[in-house]
Design a protein around this ligand. Structure first.
Ligand SMILES: C[S@@+](CC[C@H](N)C(=O)[O-])C[C@H]1O[C@@H](n2cnc3c(N)ncnc32)[C@H](O)[C@@H]1O
Length: 280
């Protein structure tokens, strides 16, 4: 294990390159990405003059090691690289992770010209990515946003997707919410696109409890405000005690996007069908 900056520990995987150490529930997140992005890419391939593209602003190194078992699983950009996207725009604030990712992708023998890499905070790299994306009118995108917690402002999401057909899959992390809710936290307020502090906005300075449903509804109303009228959040990822840790929010500007997502999203990584929802 080596120190990776910003408090992260970096583990070395069996291929000799750095990997993320993650809990077992990450498998479910990768499974949902694999299912939804894959049906998107296969359904849309060849239908756009300038192709279909994948954006991942929190790429990580491309490999994760499950903390409990030591098993190695592909990280989101490696999962997506197996799909028929024409272009990939991959970013992470950690240059060690991004170098590892480049190494893994070139080792897989994929066409290098299709991959674009950006080191930096997600909010900061959006401008560079926008300069590289194919023309908005003749291309279709899919973005995966997988921050640890709240590390992407809603304004940046709006900027990234404005005038574009780009479905989004957002990891809405609620594992630390109860703790984060207690204090002023600018990045939480920016993520939710609030005009003031979260406790003021939701009227909780009288000691009220935060409700996950309320926050999801708020976030989704913001998504609708920028054209994402077809939204779903019925994928709570839980820990071994069945406590919800995050919701994977899907958004599309087109009803077909949601129909495709609904067709594949009801299974879990373990092959079971989801039966219902639990909210705080
Ligand atoms: C949850 S992990 C992503 C895991 C990855 N999507 C996967 O499936 O393997 C979050 C990643 O975001 C990076 N990160 C943290 N803060 C960031 C920020 N503000 N902007 C961009 N990347 C950030 C971390 O270095 C880490 O690799």
């Amino acid at each position: 294990m080596v120190a990776g900056g910003r408090g992260q520990d970096i583990f070395i995987a069996s291929d000799g390159l750095p990997a993320l150490s993650v809990a077992g529930h990450s498998r479910e997140k990768q499974f949902q990405l694999r299912s939804i992005a894959d049906i998107f890419a296969r359904a849309m391939k060849g239908k756009w003059d300038d192709g279909i593209y994948y954006v991942d602003l929190f790429s990580g190194p491309g490999k994760c090691i499950l903390r409990d078992s030591g098993e190695e699983i592909a990280g989101s950009p490696l999962v997506a690289s197996e799909m028929p996207f024409d272009h990939f725009y991959l970013a992470d604030s950690n240059s060690v992770f991004l170098d590892a990712l480049k190494g893994r992708l070139s080792g897989a023998g994929l066409p290098e010209d299709n991959f674009h890499f950006y080191v930096g905070e997600a909010d900061d790299v959006v401008g560079d990515i926008l300069m590289d994306l194919p023309p908005a009118r003749s291309s279709l995108g899919f973005a995966f946003l997988d921050p640890w917690a709240w590390d992407f402002s809603f304004r940046s999401l709006e900027r990234l997707t404005q005038g574009r057909r780009m479905d989004v899959l957002v990891n809405f992390n609620i594992g630390d919410l109860k703790r984060d809710w207690l204090h002023p936290l600018h990045r939480l307020d920016s993520f939710l696109n609030l005009p003031c502090g979260h406790r003021d906005f939701f009227g909780f300075d009288d000691g009220g409890e935060v409700s996950v449903r309320m926050l999801l509804d708020h976030y989704e109303s913001q998504l609708r405000g920028i054209g994402y009228h077809h939204v779903a959040d019925d994928i709570p990822v839980t820990n071994s005690k069945n406590t919800p840790l995050y919701h994977i929010i899907f958004g599309s500007k087109n009803p077909l996007g949601k129909r495709l997502r609904d067709a594949v999203s009801k299974r879990t990584a373990s092959g079971q069908f989801k039966m219902g929802l639990e909210f705080d």
